[in-house]
Write a protein that binds this ligand. Structure first.
Ligand code: NAI
Length: 339
């Protein structure tokens, strides 16, 4: 049986890292039927009159799973982020970002192994902004709901329990944002009582940023609201080699969209310079979500060997291997592991 997956190659370096990832997935010998939508964001707006065509949402509702490359969002003006819209419209409330050191990837720390659970649909990214022209004042509403907080916090605790991971750290700013962040912290404390076998602590966001750049090995599962999670997950990506190597997944109760953490990198687009590792690792998460553990392990082991060997590195990690060459070399290793 072939897996029907919605494929969104995005823009910038998106189509390059997508082609590389599909090449690696082919080596797993699983069958995929890719339902591809090349236009998302600016190109969809130009051709179809909307940055996020309804046909893409319908496709994900049907296939349940999408593999998505980055899409550029205009800064300050223009259309609303299609990433934020996708997460909100499909109710993909859990943004899961593992940040794990891989031997051979240059980074300041070794043995970092964090998973960040970022609430993905509300907080300061709720999309509720107003502008008072008369007084030249802009407001953003950071909505935190009990239901929205409970489901991401439960997701994190259940993951920690199932994978025997400790501690769970809730990150907040409840000293200042007493109602919004305060409620998130209060709910996390309530959940910690329901999961007595999972260690629990909390950190204020500014302290957490410092702690992570000094002692990242002290932390394991981190659960937090949308904006703090966005910042902490890029910070954590920096601890293990940068944006080119870190995976992400947006998961809801019904659908899941797997995507790299990085953006469309317009500065290197179309030059075969992009590191496809982040999207490949997102695809590995997708394989685990589909229950294809052997194929996922083959991809993980292949990547680990590639980096331990250190012969084929893309430009972001100081090498000169092109995007597709990296993918082809990895595919050879993955094929050996699935045999
Ligand atoms: P970016 O992640 O695109 O680039 C930041 C830096 O990292 C650049 O120097 C870039 O060359 C490098 N980089 C990123 N990915 C890389 C890779 N795979 N291999 C090698 N180098 C890589 O972030 P930036 O510049 O802030 O955003 C560019 C555009 O991407 C914006 O329009 C932004 O809205 C969009 N974006 C989209 C995301 C998504 O679709 N999920 C996530 C983040 C940003």
């Amino acid at each position: 049986m072939a897996y029907r997956i919605t494929l969104l190659p995005g823009d910038g370096i998106g189509p390059e890292v997508t082609r590389a990832t599909v090449t690696v997935l082919k080596a797993t010998e699983l069958e995929f039927e890719w339902v591809e939508y090349p236009d998302l964001g600016a190109s969809a707006l130009e051709k179809l009159g909307t940055p996020l065509p309804e046909s893409i949402l319908e496709s994900i509702r049907e296939t349940k799973v999408a593999l998505k490359a980055p899409v550029a969002t205009p800064v300050g003006t223009g259309f609303k982020s299609v990433n934020v819209q996708l997460r909100q419209k499909l109710d993909l409330y859990a943004n899961v970002r593992p940040c794990k050191s891989l031997p051979g990837i240059p980074s300041r720390f070794k043995e970092v192994d964090l998973v960040i659970f970022r609430e993905n649909t509300e907080g300061l990214y709720s999309g509720m902004e107003t502008y008072d022209e008369r007084h030249d004042i802009a407001d953003s509403i950071a909505r935190i709901s009990r239901a929205g907080s409970e489901r991401i916090i439960r997701f994190c605790f259940e993951y920690a329990q199932a994978h025997h991971r400790n501690p769970v750290t809730v990150v907040h700013k409840a000293n200042i944002l007493k109602l919004t962040s305060g409620m998130f912290l209060k709910i996390a404390r309530e959940f910690s009582d329901q999961f007595p076998d999972v260690e629990f602590n909390d950190r204020i966001i500014d302290n957490m940023c410092m702690q992570l750049v000094i002692n990242p090995q002290d932390y394991d599962c981190i659960v937090t609201t949308n904006l703090f999670g966005d910042i902490l997950s890029d910070l954590s990506a920096g601890l293990v080699g940068g944006l080119g190597v870190v995976a992400g997944a947006n998961i809801g109760d019904e659908y899941a969209v797997f995507e790299a953490v990085h953006g469309s990198a317009p500065d290197i687009a179309g030059q075969n310079l992009a590191n496809p590792t982040a999207l490949i690792r997102s695809a590995e998460m997708m394989l685990r979500h589909l229950g294809e553990m052997n194929a996922a392990d083959a991809v993980a082991n292949g990547l680990s060997e590639m980096y331990t060997e250190g012969k084929y590195l893309t430009a972001d990690l100081g090498g000169s291997t092109g995007t597709m060459e990296f993918a082809e070399k990895l595919a050879e290793r993955v094929a050996i592991h699935v045999e």
